[in-house]
Each structure stands twice: as structure tokens, then as C-alpha cells.
Ligand binder design. Structure first.
Ligand SMILES: *Cc1c(COP(=O)(O)O)cnc(C)c1O
Length: 399
């Protein structure tokens, strides 16, 4: 593969040692695939938390903005404020519970917090009064995920406190917008939508049923026509909007598979690293910390400019493989912070400056995103968000 060859020396100086290539067109096509599974008027809330799943939120939102999403989904107030700094004017939902003390910043940034309990609502309302503006928030119902939200089986206990805390009635205005905090949305999160089909189906149905009951009980405290959202990528592909009016897709857009029985996304990310040393070693040569690899015969090793400090999981020591000139080269020895070594014995001539592919497409000889995640005993999400800032993100030109 001629494109994997070292460029001439003058080019090489500006080349990073390792980098992430991102195919924006593939992200848009994945979004279109997902959208095809939804009822026509479903609103999109692309999840762009954790710096856009590690891809770099700046370029990502600029790209996805073309598809006119209704809102963005982030995890933290800081992430929401970053989007505002980038000039984003759409609603921004902050999904992790806002920490006490952060409310004023959230309100000043025109963010939409997601609420899990009455205390959070009361804090938000005081902050809204302090800033002197009406605030919108979405209410999360915990239907089994357990990490956030009002428990579905206790909403009736909360309903009267919520009525008081939203204090819609005080203003004599039932728009839900006149006073303090308006609950303009309600949602839940599925815990097993990406499990096998049977388990996914069963748990989605159960959680939906719990959600529907909670939603009816909470109807009096919600603003008219609230936005209702349940589905992540996996649920949206299985079930469309799952009874909601909006969906919250993430990983599928960025190239992660969400279930063996579901459509495959197009690959979005390639991770590449330069070969920085090639050496022929005799039988018995030892490699890496702990000398966990020892050459059983003469071998040829290539050192790559990528290590666990760049996000290559150390778990792949002596078990993963990468692509070198379209062939599979096993990772040998323990992965170091800045480098890793692959066995290129018997591979076509490889020299320093050549480019290896760590995560790629089938013809790269490299594992896919999901494959490397499985080999590292983790999930695609952790691989993507673990790619360190040390790796420049290079967005391929859009076609
Ligand atoms: C991250 C997240 C999503 C997106 O899930 P994917 O599996 O990446 O599609 C949806 N909803 C909430 C609340 C999330 O935190």
C-alpha cells in the first residue's frame, strides 16, 4: 500500500507520531441510517458529551449541525458552556445531575438541566430567582438504570412537592414558563437496549411501561407538550422513538455497533501511528517491561509511536494486533506509555516513518473499533473516549 509509505523527509517533520482520522461523511450517513428508523417528526438530540465521544466536539457539532438537530446532549455544565462558547444556539441538555452550586452558571449559559429530585428542582428555582430569568429543565424518571432520576415507583410521593416547586399556579399562567422552573421535558434511559435481542426487548418493554405510568402521574407538573425522550442508539434502531417525541443517539453515529441483530454503522475512526524503529533480533531477545515476550527464533520487531498514554489499552499487551501495510502484526511484550512493539517477522519490508493502523477497516489489516474493544475487554465507548489529547484529530475532507 503506497499510501502507508514514509513521506520524504521534508514532509515527515510536520507529521505527528500518531493521530486519529475521522470520517465526517460517515458520521452523517450513520445519522441518516438511524433517522430512517424513526417516525418522521422525531426530534434529534445528538449526544456529544465527553468532547464528542473523544472525536473533538468543535468539529463534530459544526458537522452534525447540518442535519438540523433539535438540541445537543452533554454530561456536564462545563461541556454545555463550551458549546455556547462555540456559538451554538440550540437547546443544550445537561444529563448528569448538576452539582449544588453550579446552577447559576448553568442558567447563565442558557443550559437545560436534567433533574433527578425535588431538592435539585428547589435549588434550580432559587438560582433562577437569583438570576431573574425563567428556566427550563427536563425531569428524569429512573425506571431501572439506578444512577439518576426520580424512581418510577415513588413519583406519586413526589408529585405534590413538584407541583409546589414548579409553582406554575402562582403565576396564574399555565404555560409552565412564567414562573421559576418549567419542566418542558421528561425522559428515561434504557439499561439493556444493546444486549441480545430477547433481553433488550423484555427490558425495554418493562422500562417503557414504568415510564408511561410515571409520566401520567407527573403530567400535572409538566409544561404543556413536553419533549419526551427514551431511546439511545440501540433503542432507536430497535424501536424508533420508543414512544417518545425525541431520541438521544450517540455511539452509533461514531461508528460503534450496538447489537449483533442491528444495522452496522459505517466505520468513522481510524487510529494510526508511525513506525519509529525496526530491529532484527536473535532468538532469546527479550521485550518490554517484565520481559514478558522472548523471541523463540530470530524475529523482526517494529516499535510504534503509540502507547497507553495515547489511549492504546495496556490490556492489549501480548494479545492485540495492528495493521502494517495491510497485514496483521501482533502486539508483542507489554505496551509502554509512549510506545508499543509489533512482530513484523515475515511482513513486507517496513521502515521507520511508515504508518501502522491501530483501529481501522478490514483492508487495513487492523481490528475494527468494536474488535479492539472486545480484545481489550471493554466497549467502543471507552476506546473512543480514552484516545488522549496527545493524538491530533484529523478530519478527512468532506466529499
Ligand atoms: C450517553 C447517553 C446516551 C447515548 O447513548 P448511546 O448508547 O451512545 O447511543 C443517551 N442518553 C443518555 C442519558 C446518555 O447519557
Amino acid at each position: 500500500m503506497s499510501t502507508d509509505r514514509a513521506p520524504d523527509r521534508s514532509d515527515a517533520v510536520d507529521e505527528p507520531r500518531a493521530w486519529v482520522e475521522i470520517d465526517g461523511d460517515a458520521i452523517l450517513r450513520n445519522l441518516d441510517t438511524l433517522r430512517a428508523a424513526l417516525p418522521p417528526d422525531t426530534r434529534l438530540i445528538p449526544m456529544v458529551k465527553a468532547d464528542g465521544y473523544g472525536l473533538g466536539v468543535r468539529r463534530l457539532v459544526r458537522l452534525v449541525d447540518e442535519r438540523d438537530p433539535w438540541a445537543w446532549g452533554v454530561a456536564t455544565v462545563a461541556e454545555g458552556l463550551e458549546l455556547r462558547r462555540l456559538g451554538q444556539e440550540r437547546p443544550i441538555l445537561v444529563f448528569s445531575p448538576v452539582s449544588p452550586g453550579e446552577e447559576v452558571r448553568a442558567i447563565r449559559g442558557r443550559l437545560t438541566p436534567c433533574l433527578s429530585d425535588v431538592e435539585a428542582l428547589v435549588r434550580l428555582r432559587s438560582a433562577a430567582e437569583e438570576v431573574g430569568v425563567p428556566v427550563e429543565a427536563h425531569l428524569e424518571v429512573d425506571t431501572g438504570m439506578g444512577r439518576a432520576g426520580l424512581r418510577w415507583d415513588r413519583v406519586h410521593e413526589w408529585a405534590s412537592y413538584l407541583v409546589e416547586a414548579t409553582s406554575r399556579d402562582c403565576e396564574g399562567d399555565d404555560s409552565g414558563r412564567g414562573a421559576g422552573v418549567a419542566l418542558t421535558g421528561i425522559f428515561t434511559h434504557f439499561h439493556s437496549a444493546d444486549e441480545d435481542q430477547g433481553r433488550a426487548r423484555e427490558t425495554i418493554d418493562e422500562q417503557r411501561d414504568r415510564f408511561d405510568r410515571a409520566r401520567s402521574a407527573l403530567a400535572p407538573v409538566l409544561a404543556p407538550d413536553p419533549v419526551v425522550h427514551l431511546a439511545n442508539s440501540a433503542a432507536a434502531l430497535r424501536d424508533g422513538a420508543a414512544g417518545g417525541t425525541a431520541v438521544r443517539p450517540g455511539i452509533f453515529l461514531y461508528g460503534g455497533h450496538v447489537g449483533p441483530d442491528l444495522p452496522a454503522p459505517e466505520p468513522v475512526v481510524r487510529v494510526r501511528a508511525r513506525v519509529i524503529r525496526v530491529v532484527n533480533v536473535p532468538e532469546g531477545a527479550t521485550l518490554g517491561y517484565g520481559a514478558t515476550h522472548q523471541a523463540r527464533a530470530p524475529e523482526r520487531w517494529a516499535t510504534l509511536a503509540i502507547g497507553y498514554g495515547d489511549g492504546l489499552p495496556r490490556r492489549l499487551s501480548n494479545r492485540g494486533c495492528v495493521g502494517v501495510h495491510g497485514c496483521r502484526a501482533p502486539i508483542v511484550g507489554r505496551i509502554s506509555m509512549d510506545t508499543s512493539v509489533v512482530d513484523i517477522t515475515g511482513l513486507p519490508s517496513t521502515r521507520p516513518g511508515d504508518v501502522a493502523t491501530i483501529v481501522g477497516r478490514p483492508d487495513d489489516g487492523a481490528p475494527s473499533l468494536d474488535r479492539i474493544a472486545t480484545e481489550a475487554e471493554t466497549i467502543s465507548y471507552e476506546i473512543l473516549t480514552g484516545l488522549s489529547p496527545r493524538l491530533p484529530r484529523r478530519w478527512l475532507p468532506q466529499t
